[in-house]
Ligand binder design. Structure first.
Ligand SMILES: NC(=O)c1ccc[n+]([C@@H]2O[C@H](COP(=O)([O-])OP(=O)(O)OC[C@H]3O[C@@H](n4cnc5c(N)ncnc54)[C@H](OP(=O)(O)O)[C@@H]3O)[C@@H](O)[C@H]2O)c1
Length: 153
């Protein structure tokens, strides 16, 4: 019996590199995985490479609408989520002095969104209220809380 038997895992950016290898290992250990990526052909190829116990969901983790759709699908199909690997990422570089707010936002919107968006799945801590809906997966998207009615815990 694998270490992850029966677990439901989400691996963002699961179509190549570290994410794909992690997804394959999770399935090998008995988990069912959801993987994401922006490019459809790469997503389809990754789903094929993993083989079974996998669903590919196309989307951009920096897009709150895509994240809503992703978590709604997981909730509908599996009812829960045991593990999130917020792996999707990009590295774009700029010299000191030439880093713009757009550049900063583009990087942090990708690298900071997964954990925030998965909060509706987190179990409440004993004696504490359930986690509030995300107050903003990134600072340029501060209005996202009220737009996420489907995720109230
Ligand atoms: N490799 C390294 O040496 C290294 C070092 C430090 C940190 N990291 C971090 O580790 C993670 C994985 O690295 P890797 O080398 O395995 O990367 P990779 O092979 O380039 O894979 C990146 C994955 O993320 C997806 N992705 C990128 N932007 C996305 C977005 N906005 N929304 C959804 N999916 C997105 C890509 O698919 P699409 O392009 O189709 O969306 C792909 O599946 C990244 O976060 C990276 O920054 C890597």
């Amino acid at each position: 019996m694998g270490k992850l038997e029966g677990k439901i895992a989400l691996i963002t950016g699961g179509t190549s590199g570290i994410g794909l290898a992690t997804a394959q290992q999770c399935v090998h250990e008995g988990a069912y995985v959801f993987i994401t990526g922006r490019r459809e052909p790469e997503l389809a190829a990754a789903v094929k490479a993993i083989g079974s116990h996998v669903t590919g969901v196309q989307g951009d983790v920096a897009n709150l609408g895509d994240l809503d759709r992703l978590f709604t699908q997981i909730k509908r199909e599996k009812g829960r989520l045991d593990s999130v690997f917020a792996n999707a990422g990009v590295a774009t570089f700029a010299p000191f002095g030439e880093i713009t707010e757009e550049h900063y936002d583009a990087i942090f919107n990708v690298h900071g969104s997964g954990e925030e968006a998965s909060k509706p799945f987190w179990p409440p801590l004993p004696g504490r209220p359930p986690p509030a809906p995300p107050a903003g997966a990134a600072r340029s998207k501060a209005q996202c809380g009220p737009e996420r009615p489907g995720h109230a815990a």
